[in-house]
Design a protein around this ligand. Structure first.
Ligand code: HEC
Ligand code: HEC
Ligand code: HEC
Ligand code: HEC
Length: 127
């Protein structure tokens, strides 16, 4: 008769939020966001907020530059035609206005927002 108790306990453990430093961060951010003791600098993206939610895009821009500058990095040559995917950072519908975190996730796999409606591939995107 112990079994149900174990199942309950397991369920509880799975539902418990991960300890602060167990939040996964991307490999590309580890070097800049981790101190010598391996502790992640949550404030780099979340500021001083106690209750962490989706960071504001201005946090990303403090290191990566304004959205317009990011867009320049992924601009295609004008003569490349339709064989390449459109610039995700400067699109027909939204210009440069989409928040970074619509596509670049930090603690889970990144996804391309456009692909709710399109099928763009972007093989170079680090997920
Ligand atoms: C403290 C500075 C800093 C902050 C804040 C920061 N980044 Fe980064 N990010 C870096 C550095 C440094 C790299 C690695 C070098 C590079 O590729 O630019 C990087 C890499 C990346 C890459 C991979 C680039 C590639 O080569 O494909 C993406 C995507 C990215 N950051 C998005 C974000 C987003 C979105 C945010 C906000 C939630 C953010 N970053 C906040 C410094 C920062
Ligand atoms: C609509 C989805 C989307 C949004 C919004 C978005 N990105 Fe990206 N980002 C991508 C994709 C897709 C790539 C890969 C593009 C490629 O190389 O084909 C990328 C690549 C990058 C890179 C690597 C550029 C390089 O030199 O290869 C950086 C850095 C980056 N994004 C940062 C940001 C930041 C900062 C923001 C917010 C200002 C942002 N992104 C908003 C989809 C997005
Ligand atoms: C490089 C930027 C970055 C760093 C560093 C970072 N976060 Fe986040 N955090 C994000 C982004 C972006 C989101 C939005 C959801 C996602 O992308 O996973 C988020 C969301 C969250 C959430 C809300 C839960 C969710 O998934 O929506 C919590 C809680 C959180 N972060 C905690 C932390 C803690 C604790 C640390 C330090 C150990 C940390 N974060 C470090 C970018 C960051
Ligand atoms: C909510 C659905 C939706 C989202 C999200 C969306 N699009 Fe679109 N997009 C459309 C529709 C609908 C059209 C019109 C299709 C047509 O007339 O051929 C379109 C047309 C386009 C076109 C011109 C036609 C083509 O396929 O070449 C481009 C380029 C484009 N979108 C890029 C993007 C990019 C980049 C993103 C992400 C930053 C994005 N879209 C996000 C629905 C969407």
């Amino acid at each position: 008769m112990l079994k149900p108790v174990f199942i309950l306990l397991l369920g509880f453990m799975l539902a418990t939020p991960m300890a602060a430093n167990a939040m996964n961060i991307k490999d590309y951010h580890k070097k800049v966001m981790t101190d010598t003791n391996g502790k992640v600098d949550c404030a780099a993206c979340h500021g001083d907020e106690k209750r962490k939610t989706v960071p504001d895009a201005t946090r990303c821009s403090s290191c990566h530059g304004a959205p317009q500058d990011v867009a320049k990095q992924t601009q295609r040559p004008a003569d490349a035609g339709h064989s390449v995917e459109p610039n995700p950072h400067d699109s027909l519908h939204y210009g440069t206005d989409l928040p970074c975190t619509y596509c670049h996730q930090e603690h889970k796999e990144s996804k391309v927002y456009c692909n709710q409606c399109h099928e763009f591939t972007y093989p170079q995107m680090k997920r």
